[in-house]
Design a binder for this molecule. Structure first.
Ligand SMILES: C=C(OP(=O)(O)O)C(=O)O
Ligand SMILES: [Mg+2]
Length: 569
């Protein structure tokens, strides 16, 4: 590509990168479908050896990294050795196929099954393709297709990047990443977010980029500018410098430009993440997902087991810092057998969240006991909340129970439109509300958050979702009760400003998002945030809201004379 053109995709984070393209080596050609001239036993032995070598290599890579990267690589090594897949490949070899062809076909069938499932499972299809390529390469004695080697920095462009490769990218060389495939919840995106790699995934047209093409990757805008003009390049380099300077400016508390405090908190699923969250500037925890501690358990956790975990977490936030713990949120995307193992045709609308705890009140009481005991042992400021509350009556039930255990601050999550619409009454009872925008969006737009086919509906920018958030913000302001946001929406730097304008008093997000949100809040006054919220509410849909807010926000931050139109504070 030589003429300036712009590709669009899903940006991960807010970074910008400028540099020459280097492409991933092309995938291996499809193995020929011809009869094997080896015996089936010989071919099966070859497959076993190749699979064992690939699995060992993936495990070895897993041992050199941590966190999600290690989990992904472990999961891939298990895919390689999956016995159902092995049986499928063996039966193809019995039918006369070569080892290479049998692996190619067998893995493809399972890949298609995952793709058909859509959502999170569909996103795993790429992981399986990568394992298949690695096994075929091992069978052919070729190196596994992977990241190119370069001594100078470059923007890596790939059809889709395998998790094994993303996990091990040399970040001193890779300036940014562009892929044609993959969505915002693909492993590539998850790992890019975790490693703060400037990335645009799912960029249509990325396959046309060639080695040496100069590109600007703008993750915040979700664009890749090919063959930029001198002005575009200079502007991008200036913004890179500005962002680096601002991010290096230390971790001040979250606040708007006029000093209005918007504390920035972390979403955590285990106490292990606490140290990194504090290092990233988390002022406390806005959502501790307790069910993540017990997802693979068949039995309810004991009080002791829980107390130990909660004490560890609270100790990391001593000195009176706030930690909001959510009681177990079972159901739909987070199944907990010990709370509800019934088959439900529509689990998102079933016995989940507080409903399932109420049906197992002994488990809820044990959790509150453990929380109260951990609270007594530490000096963090513990707040406790219930998930999936849909009525004022449920709010009353939970807050009364919490107070029975001596918990000082007891609130509810607003994730269901009914709770948002009656927020004034809910907040008369609860000490605070925390809005879970992931579920609130799912229920407002009637779009299963796990289903790829309806992913287009899952945007918290939708004015219907924002109007509900505004209801809660207004009720909180009227009654002087805190209203936090703890869904993914809070991690979107521009939407975070809109949320502050709608009345959010704290924002909680994955720690990797804190720096960019902090930076974004600092650009706008409360008056401007409210004006941007009005702009979003007036739009017809999510895309229109985001576009209108982006344009209005640019007018606020661009140099005079436009700034004279600044909204009143
Ligand atoms: C924060 C939320 O809870 P979870 O994602 O755990 O359902 C939400 O629904 O926005
Ligand atoms: Mg939720």
């Amino acid at each position: 590509m030589t003429d300036t053109s712009i590709l669009t995709g899903a940006g991960i984070g807010q970074g910008i990168a400028v540099g020459p393209v280097l492409r991933m080596s092309a995938p291996l050609p499809e193995p020929a479908d011809e009869r094997s001239n080896r015996t089936p036993d010989e071919e099966k032995t070859r497959v076993q050896q190749a699979v064992a070598a690939v699995a060992a290599d993936l495990r070895e890579r897993a041992s050199t990294v941590e966190g999600t990267a290690a989990d992904v690589l472990e999961a891939q090594s298990m895919m390689a050795e999956d016995s159902t897949l092995a049986d499928d490949v063996a039966s193809r070899i019995d039918g006369g196929k070569t080892a290479e062809r049998a692996v190619f076909e067998g893995f493809a069938v399972f890949r298609d099954m995952l793709k058909d499932l859509g959502g999170y499972m569909g996103e795993r299809a790429g992981d399986l393709d990568d394992v298949s390529q690695r096994v075929v390469a091992a069978l052919q004695g070729k190196p596994a297709p992977g990241v190119p080697h370069s001594d100078s920095p470059y923007v890596l462009v790939a059809h889709d990047l395998a998790p094994a490769d993303t996990a091990l990218l040399d970040l001193t060389k890779v300036l940014g990443l562009v892929t044609k495939e993959g969505g915002p919840t693909s492993h590539t995106a998850i790992l890019a977010r975790e490693k703060s790699i400037v990335a645009v995934v799912g960029a249509a047209g990325a396959d046309r980029l060639a080695d040496g093409d100069e590109v600007i990757v703008d993750a915040g805008a979700g664009t890749v500018t090919v063959a930029p003009t001198d002005d575009e390049r200079a502007d991008a380099l200036r913004r890179i410098e500005e962002r680096a300077a601002a991010l290096a400016g230390g971790v001040e508390p979250g606040a708007l430009a006029d000093g209005t405090a918007i504390p920035l908190l972390a979403n955590l699923g285990s106490a292990e993440g606490a140290e990194a969250a504090v290092a990233a500037g988390a002022e406390g925890v806005g959502l501790f997902r307790t069910e993540f501690l017990f997802l693979d358990q068949r039995m309810a956790p004991t009080v002791e087991q829980q107390r130990e975990q909660y004490t560890k977490l609270l100790s990391a936030f001593g000195g009176g810092r706030k930690v909001v713990v959510r009681v177990l949120d079972a159901g739909a995307d987070k199944p907990l057998e010990f709370l509800n193992d019934a088959h439900e045709d529509n689990p998102a609308l079933g016995l989940r969240g507080l409903r399932s705890l109420r049906a197992n009140e002994d488990i809820l009481r044990e959790q509150l006991t453990a929380l109260a005991e951990a609270d007594a042992q530490t000096d963090a400021d513990l707040w406790v909340m219930a998930p999936m509350v849909s009525t004022v009556e449920e709010t009353r039930y939970f807050t009364e129970l919490g107070r029975e255990y001596g918990l000082k601050t007891v609130g509810v999550m607003v994730e269901v439109p009914s709770a948002a619409l009656l927020a004034d009454r809910v907040l008369r009872v609860a000490d605070f509300a925390s809005i879970g925008t992931n579920d609130l969006t799912q229920y407002t737009l009637a779009a299963d958050r796990l289903l790829g086919s309806v992913a287009g509906f899952q945007s918290p920018w939708h004015p219907a979702v924002l109007r509900l958030i505004g209801e809660v913000g207004a009720a909180g302001a009227a009654q002087g009760k805190p209203v936090g946001i703890c869904g993914e929406a809070a991690a979107d730097p521009l939407l975070a400003v809109v949320l502050a304008g709608l009345g959010a008093t704290t924002l909680s997000m994955s720690p990797a998002a804190l720096a960019d949100v902090r930076l974004s809040l600092k650009r706008y006054t409360l008056g401007q945030a409210r004006s941007l919220a009005e702009t979003a509410l007036a739009a017809d849909g999510a895309a229109e809201a985001r576009e209108a807010v982006r344009a209005a926000a640019d007018r606020f931050t661009s140099p005079a004379p436009d700034n004279r139109n600044e909204a009143p504070q």
